[in-house]
Design a protein around this ligand. Structure first.
Ligand code: NAD
Length: 460
């Protein structure tokens, strides 16, 4: 487990060990031993599957591509987690992402364990036929450990509906006559996918911020008025003003979160900046997000980056350097691109008072501490970007029942789940000034896993 995740898990275990009410049946030496066992269980994956996929490229050359499926923990149910196609994929990264899935599912009470897959390629460098072969081979090589009751993959960076459809078809041919709709999630809707899955992560990301600054504050006005927490002061201050919002990353997560922000009725928002791999676009009066989505749809997902392209797209705004999005004078910064964006070396330049982690680990541990000391609220990845896995769970359910829900029903269930987690965690956060929101979420997730491991007799 990477140091940041591992350190917070251990810190959560130490706190729980010191809370007499938690697992109170365990006392004395038995208690210490059980918590040592928990540390060992949660810091290591159950199984590491790795292989080299043998592919014949279009030009005839045979290559062997590193591929992984890492199953971290299945205490809460079958393993679940995406498959990433990216050149930086390696065993340590996939293991860490698998651990994050275990914790995310535990936090949101989704009945799955945690896993992650990866293939070390840059997908843009492969033809469609080659990518198809890579998907087929991935399923063939890991066929024994995948399945609706064992391990259910989903898309991640570099993969989408098309890859899940190909993989599901391969699973179906390897297991003829067996139910297959629950084997992969994130499939196309025509092929047994769920309505609302594509937008789920971005919607969930925005929901966390709108619920925190609107619904939660109204429902907990007494708590907030009596709280001396610097985070409560930040939330109250932000809830009373028009918010300037910036969104880093304009892909599946970022574009949906930006659209939600731009069209939100509950908060007064202006999306003043968005960015992607090439550029930052800025306009102090707000950008036309639907027009930008339309442009990106016809331009391989990229934003207009030159003044000619901005004119052609009908966008009022100016293009800045790609990194500038991080340092603009905004109230809210939604990070929906990559990991390690805000670090010790650039954190001083960040002005936002609320940061929402749509991507996994975009704020490093050091930067998190510095921002938290300044009273900046960070809604962590484990809380903010769970919409995808929540609707994946609904897709898995629908596939097993072969009964499909409407888009409205999916959105309704997603909102209920996200709000339920938020209303468990936020009171703890605003009452306990000593803990960041990330630490509160980890405490909750680790506590859930520890309780289940104890009840299942796994600590002896
Ligand atoms: P995506 O590939 O659809 O979009 C990524 C976006 O980031 C693109 O707009 C790209 O141009 C931009 N980008 C790439 N490099 C950049 C850089 N250096 N600076 C600024 N922008 C850059 O990916 P996505 O599905 O939107 O996922 C975004 C993040 O959210 C990833 O970290 C992913 O792991 C995480 N996430 C996604 C989901 C999901 O359901 N899609 C769920 C949980 C977490």
């Amino acid at each position: 487990m990477a140091s940041q995740t591992g350190a917070i898990v251990q810190q959560s275990l130490n706190k729980l060990l010191g809370s007499p009410a938690f697992l109170h049946h365990l006392q004395g030496a038995e208690r210490t031993q059980a918590f040592t066992s928990l540390g060992a269980i949660l810091s290591t994956p159950n199984k590491i599957h790795k292989s080299f996929l043998r592919i014949t490229l279009d030009k005839g050359e045979v290559v062997r591509i590193p591929a992984f499926r890492i199953q971290h923990n299945d205490t809460l149910g079958p393993y679940k987690g995406g498959i990433r196609f990216h050149e930086s994929v390696n065993e340590e990264e996939v293991t860490n992402l698998a651990a994050l899935m275990t914790l995310k599912n535990a936090l949101h009470e989704v009945p799955f364990g945690g896993a992650k897959g990866g293939v070390a390629i840059s997908p843009r460098e492969f033809t469609d036929r080659e990518l198809y072969l890579i998907c087929k081979k991935y399923v063939q090589y890991f066929a024994d450990v995948l399945g609706p009751d064992k391990d259910i993959p989903a898309p991640d960076v570099g993969t989408g509906e098309r890859e899940m459809d190909w993989m599901t078809a391969e699973y179906k041919s390897i297991h003829p006559g067996q139910p297959y709709l629950g084997s992969f999630t994130g499939k196309s809707v025509t092929n047994g996918g769920s309505l609302g899955r594509r937008e789920a992560t971005g919607k969930g990301v925005y929901m966390t911020m709108s619920y925190l600054l609107s619904g939660f504050l109204k429902e907990h006005s007494t708590l907030m008025a009596g709280s001396s927490s610097r985070f409560a002061a930040t939330a109250v201050e932000l809830s009373s003003k028009e918010l300037r919002v910036a969104v880093q990353g304009f892909g599946n997560v970022g574009s949906v979160a930006a659209l939600q922000a731009a069209s939100c009725q509950e908060l007064r928002n202006k999306v003043v900046a968005v960015s992607d791999r090439n550029t930052t676009l800025y306009h102090p009066d707000g950008l036309d997000i639907p027009a930008l989505i339309e442009w990106a749809r016809h331009n391989r997902g990229d934003l207009p980056a030159s003044s000619e392209q901005l004119d052609a797209a009908g966008i009022q705004g100016k293009a800045l350097g790609r990194e500038e999005i991080l340092y603009l004078d905004v109230d809210v910064l939604i990070l929906a691109a990559l990991e390690d964006q805000i670090r010790e070396d650039n954190v001083k330049r960040v002005q936002a008072r609320l940061i929402v982690e749509g991507a996994n680990a975009p704020v490093t541990g050091e930067a998190d501490r510095i921002l938290s000391d300044r009273g900046v609220i960070i809604i962590p990845d484990i809380l903010a970007n769970a919409g995808g896995v929540i609707v994946s769970y609904l897709e898995w359910l629908q596939g097993r029942e072969t009964q499909f829900y409407s888009h409205e029903e999916i959105d309704r269930r997603l909102a209920i789940k996200m709000k339920s987690t938020m209303s468990t965690i936020l009171p703890l956060y605003f009452e306990e000034e000593s803990m960041t929101l990330r630490e509160c979420c980890y405490m909750q997730a680790v506590g859930k896993l520890a309780t289940m491991l104890y009840l299942q007799g796994k600590l002896y």
